[in-house]
Write a protein that binds this ligand. Structure first.
Ligand code: DQQ
Length: 500
């Protein structure tokens, strides 16, 4: 099938359902294309997740806003498509990313309307059930980027109430300088005045490819406070070269953000992209991100779908001042068939199979202890002959004060030569005694790992149906103090229409 061959909606959803790579306990669109999470909010006892959606094909084109609701953040009900690009006007070429705010009881979306090659801020108001949306006739509510700024882009929104006014950040980049979060203010979400740059990046500080390079444009800016520390999250972007999520910790005060440190948000780089967070009714900071595909567009077209939402993450402040992330506790409701395999790795680093655990849909919790210089390897989705496998390697440096490293070997994740198999790495702050609390959630092609609250998200595409095994290998000084494993239940049962 080629990109311009269209399938009927039913065929596309049915095709997607048949794909063995399709996750079963992560949120996906019913078929077609999904990218960024949008409008995350909690209304009248229900969580709302909107998302960038193309119900016509698994390609990024004329983006709509899909919509789903949940009472537990785990099981989702598809709701009617919330926003459709206009026949003409500021969002004729797409309704790009944005947020939902409560404007005195009126649910209100602030999003980027795309027309031609540019995006401008638009507003839409919703019915009480958030299922019907009316676009504001005054759209776009900001007619152009700030005068005098030579911007590379102007899109994506973070909007909050501060005293008697609204404030908004719009992601942007200044040509020749770098990414920037532009601050605006309004009394009514319709008339906005430009305050100035809240924080600017410096693209000459680092290079494309550097894991901490802040890029030439900041997508999906998100400002929030966690336990007294402010975080400014952004997706560092550079045309075709870089897209990875980063954040500054620091202090938001007045019209400025004073940064203290720059961090990687997820060691999976582009596999956890364009995140958005919200504060739920219990005051928790909950974040979702988009797990991009690691297989070519043609493979997605043939599969009928593209894009996975991460599991909802609870974001707290880590002991080292960085953000600590873990799946929300509600995810544990999907656990079935608890196993506590007796795992004693063979001496000399020999691979030892883990009986009773594994599959293509599971949750693992390990307590690992590493002495200085020790390593532990965990292999998942491996075939009996080990020709396909994905291996997570945790290593503690000889220097006892240095952080541990985590390395995800994907070189053998798939026998499909078109799948991305680049490795990923990150650093893990150690707990006292060299302990690492490790969580590994595999859901067909989605793989989320958390080591002491540091996430490394990835996509893997094993080709063989027997790529279901788990094995460990440990050198001297590596200990597995606990190993718990569960099969994870499906969250989808009924067929899902593309246009609920
Ligand atoms: N995706 C959206 C943009 C955003 C980008 C378009 C990030 O609004 O900048 O689908 O993935």
């Amino acid at each position: 099938m080629t990109l311009d061959q269209s399938l009927s909606g039913t065929d596309l959803a049915a095709l997607a359902e048949r794909d063995p790579q399709r996750p079963r306990f992560h949120f996906t669109s019913p078929g077609g294309w999904l990218n960024d999470p949008n409008g995350m909010s909690h209304w009248n006892g229900r969580h709302h997740l909107f998302y960038q959606y193309n119900p016509y094909a698994p390609v990024h084109h004329r983006i709509h806003w899909g919509h789903a609701t949940s009472t537990d953040l785990v099981h989702w009900t598809d709701e009617p498509v919330a926003l459709t690009p206009g026949d003409e006007g500021p969002d004729a070429d797409g309704c790009w990313s944005g947020v939902l705010v409560d404007d005195g009881g009126v649910p209100t979306l602030v999003y980027s309307g795309r027309h031609g090659e540019r995006e401008l801020p638009c507003v839409a108001t919703g019915s009480p059930d958030l299922n019907t949306w009316a676009k504001d006739p005054a759209n776009p509510v900001i007619a152009a980027p700030p005068a005098g700024l030579d911007v590379t882009a102007f899109r994506d929104h973070c909007v909050w109430r501060e005293g008697d006014r609204w404030r908004q950040l719009i992601g942007s980049g200044v040509r020749g300088q770098g990414g920037v979060a532009l601050l605006y203010e309004s009394a009514d979400l319709r008339e906005w005045s430009y305050v100035g740059p809240l924080l600017s990046g410096d693209a000459s500080d680092g290079r494309p490819g550097d894991v901490l390079w802040t890029g030439t444009m900041w997508e999906c800016v998100d400002l929030f406070r966690v336990e007294g520390t402010d975080a400014l999250v952004f997706s560092a972007w550079d045309d075709g070269v870089t897209h990875h999520p980063l954040y500054w910790t620091g202090r938001y005060e007045g019209d400025a953000f004073t940064p203290t440190a720059l961090h990687r948000l997820d060691y999976g780089q582009r596999y956890f992209y364009a995140p958005q967070s919200t504060r739920d009714a219990a005051g928790r900071r909950i974040m979702f991100g988009w797990l991009q595909e690691g297989r070519p567009e043609q493979a997605c077209v043939a599969a009928g779908w593209s894009g996975v939402m991460s599991l909802p993450r609870l974001v707290t402040l880590g002991a080292d001042g960085g953000l600590h992330q873990q799946p929300v506790p509600e995810v544990a409701a999907l656990r079935r068939d608890h196993q506590r395999p007796d795992v004693t790795p063979a001496p000399g680093g020999t691979w030892t199979p883990v009986p009773g655990a594994g599959g293509d849909q599971f949750d693992l919790e390990l307590t690992v202890r590493l002495e200085p210089g020790a390593s532990l390897l965990l292999s998942v989705r491996e075939t009996p002959d080990r020709s396909e496998r994905t291996v997570l390697e945790l290593t503690r440096a000889e220097d006892p004060s240095a952080p541990a490293t985590m390395l995800l070997h994907r070189e053998r994740s798939s026998l499909d030569p078109t799948a991305d198999t680049e490795p990923r790495y990150g650093e893990v702050p150690l707990q006292p005694d060299g302990r690492i609390d490790l969580r590994v959630l595999a859901d067909h092609s989605a793989l989320e790992t958390f080591a002491n609250g540091r996430p490394l998200t990835s996509r893997i595409y094993p080709t063989r149906s027997d790529a279901l095994g788990i094995a460990v290998a440990a050198g001297a000084g590596a200990h597995i103090d606990a190993f718990d494993a569960w099969r994870m239940a499906d969250i989808w049962s009924a067929p899902r229409p593309l246009w609920p």
